[in-house]
Design a protein around this ligand. Structure first.
Ligand code: ADP
Ligand code: MG
Length: 308
């Protein structure tokens, strides 16, 4: 094909009688992107091919303009581009950067499964974690875990048992660990344990209890948040917490905990006393052995960072 402008002009004169067609196509054939595309591909195109591509060129200009104006398009999230196929011009739709970014974000979000967790964990990042002296050891332990896990995901890595008073950032740090793992393609499940315990109790007699429990106990990486925050019935202790811990220990699955209690306090003040006020030290010891197998205790101290 020789002169693009001549060819396009010729096309217009052929349709001279059809003014509606002219009105529609004049801006298309004068469009800078269309002209430069035809110019760049003139060796692959014939005058006839361009003529028969009129509707495609029209579609391209329409959709491109809508795309630029952020208006709804035929293929939302996709950017129209012109291509040559078999000497004809066609419109192809290529995913926009925004779409790719949102798909990436979605995949990322899917990797952090949060059950009854506060929304703020979504934003938790190591980079924003205040590394003051009191929290440095917890941050270092968290970074050591993620590095070790990311380099050898099939090996057993001990999780962390974060303990410290209300508001020091235990939940935040769990969120930051989960988000770092998600960025590297690993899935973790964060569960607010007291709410989960209530859900399990309410599910007694329903047939989805086992299913819900299985999802949690088999999670590739599990974080049990706020263990010990509410008093636990023997049933929750043995049939929920006990079952989860047993499975994770047997299968060497990374498990994290956060608690206002230290490990020693959890054993004597929480796990040992049943709801009738009786002491069950052996049961508590067995559970603590499992927790200690799964996680290393790290104490977080510092100011309460809660604003409310
Ligand atoms: P804990 O679980 O120990 O009770 P949280 O993790 O809930 O404490 O943290 C308390 C509050 O402080 C939350 O609102 C959280 O968003 C905020 N927070 C904690 N650590 C940080 C941090 N490093 N950077 C910004 N906000 C933080
Ligand atoms: Mg918390």
């Amino acid at each position: 094909m020789e002169n693009i402008r001549e060819v396009l002009k010729g096309l217009m004169s052929k349709h001279q009688l059809d003014t509606k067609f002219q009105d529609l196509m004049t801006p298309v054939y004068e469009d800078a992107d269309v002209l430069s595309f035809c110019e760049a591909h003139k060796n692959e195109l014939s005058a006839d091919g361009v003529a028969r591509s009129a509707s495609k060129l029209y579609e391209y200009v329409q959709e491109r303009d809508k795309y630029k104006r952020n208006e709804p398009t035929l293929m939302p999230g996709y950017q129209p581009i012109l291509i040559v196929n078999n000497h004809m011009i066609e419109v192809s739709y290529r995913p926009s950067k925004k779409l790719l970014a949102s798909e990436k974000q979605q995949a990322f979000n899917m990797r952090v499964k949060a059950v009854n967790m506060p929304k703020m964990i979504k934003k938790a990042r190591f980079d924003d974690f205040f590394p003051d002296q009191d929290r440095q050891s917890a941050l270092t332990a968290a970074l050591n875990f993620t590095q070790a896990y990311e380099s050898e995901p099939h090996q057993f890595h001990k999780g962390l048992y974060l303990t410290g008073s209300f508001g020091v950032g235990k939940t935040y740090l769990l969120g930051a660990i989960a988000n770092e793992l998600a960025a590297q393609g690993f899935e973790s499940t964060l569960v607010h344990f007291p709410s989960f315990a209530v859900e399990m109790k309410n599910a007694i007699g329903e047939n989805n209890l086992a299913e819900k429990l299985t999802l949690v106990k088999k999670a590739p990486i599990l974080m049990l948040d706020d263990v010990g925050a509410d008093s636990m019935s023997s049933w929750v202790r043995d049939e929920v917490l006990g079952v989860i811990l047993e499975y994770r220990m047997q299968n060497e699955l990374p498990t994290f905990f956060s608690s206002n209690f230290s490990m020693a306090q959890l054993e004597t003040e929480h796990l040992q006393i049943n709801q009738r006020g009786e002491s069950e030290p052996l049961k508590a010891k067995r559970l603590m052995e499992r927790i200690k197998f799964l996680a290393t205790e790290v104490t977080m101290v510092g100011v309460n960072r809660r604003q409310n």
